[in-house]
Design a protein around this ligand. Sequence first.
Ligand SMILES: O=P(O)(O)OC[C@H]1O[C@H](O[C@H]2O[C@H](CO)[C@@H](O)[C@H](O)[C@H]2O)[C@H](O)[C@@H](O)[C@@H]1O
Length: 383
Amino acid sequence: MELERNHNASVLNDASPKNSSRLGPHSGLPKYPTSAAVSSSSLLLTIPGKKTGLLDDVRSTGWLDAMKSSSPTHMFPNDSGTELTENDIAYRNWMLKYPSALASFGKLTSYAKDKKVVLFLDYDGTLSPIVDNPDEAYMSNNMRLAVQNVAKYFPTAIISGRSRDKVLEFVGLTELYYAGSHGMDIMGPVSPSTNTHENCVRSTEKQGKEVKLYQPASEFLPMIDEIYRSLVEITKEIEGSTVENNRFCVSVHYRNVEEKSWTTIAELVHDIMKNYPRLRLTHGRKVLEVRPVLDWDKGKACEFLLKSLGYSNSDNVLPIYVGDDRTDEDAFKVLRDGNQGFGILVSSAPKASNAFYSLRDPSEVLEFLKLVAMWKESSAPQL
Ligand SMILES: O=P(O)(O)OC[C@H]1O[C@H](O[C@H]2O[C@H](CO)[C@@H](O)[C@H](O)[C@H]2O)[C@H](O)[C@@H](O)[C@@H]1O
């Protein structure tokens, strides 16, 4: 599995930022204009030529392996004093490399001293538990309150694979910044620093607030709508499958599909993708995600938002990104490579990551956010 290999290759030995000085695909006839004709051409990714046409590509390219491993079995370390299982031991060993952000909170606050903390939060599996029905992935009121509290003190952005409107509907907090469609639909602060970006426009959101909208994949909208309709059509006979239109990308869910039909679903999606060389496929948690071939992801979205906030190349900022999914790794990597903050991986199973710290599940994310707000409240100057 390519992603796993990449992560293993890029994970550093020292999981703590302490040693850091700052902190720390497809061919076929194109149906749409080629890169020369699109305004975001500088963001277009080059995808290696696809091997010619066999259906067993699905197996040879590792799609099925990736589908099977896309949502790891949950393992809960045994804290009750009884004998540890192999899984418990594996998780504990893994935590040596990715320490708990709760247990390491003192250390984290020492990095944050005299810096402006900026919080980036993924939605599904981070703020809301993973559930069978994507339309019912609600976050708890306690979580909402905790996010609202941290946002009083720190610029806070939600970075999700969902459409921006959908994630805003779930979160319901207008004081935050939002990046939907894996960062391809950003609603951020108005600032002159990002005005030079193409596809960047000022807008007024429903509550009258002036915001900046950045949608680097806007010319892909007709293509995304078209493939969404085709995916709905071809998967309609597969019991349990659902297709979600996330505006600039599409999710094909197979969480509720019997495992024996996964090959069929993979082959159907693979076949359709052959007609769309300008779209690519990534894997999430029991979901296949179709998105534009664009050099833009959650990591780029973080960089864009930091720049909009006036913090690019700043030593005085500590960005913290909390996420559970493979797509969050792009953001973890940006922070790690830039020595400019750290990622916190939400996972109850060991996995290679570019994050520095870990939290086990959304309930620990809640505790973490509460601690962050309490820390700020207790360190605020008394009037
Ligand atoms: O970036 P995220 O906010 O984590 O969004 C990633 C995908 O999340 C959703 O799917 C996942 O959560 C669902 C609800 O718990 C679950 O049923 C599904 O199996 C998971 O893959 C969302 O529905 C997708 O569109 C997002 O791309």
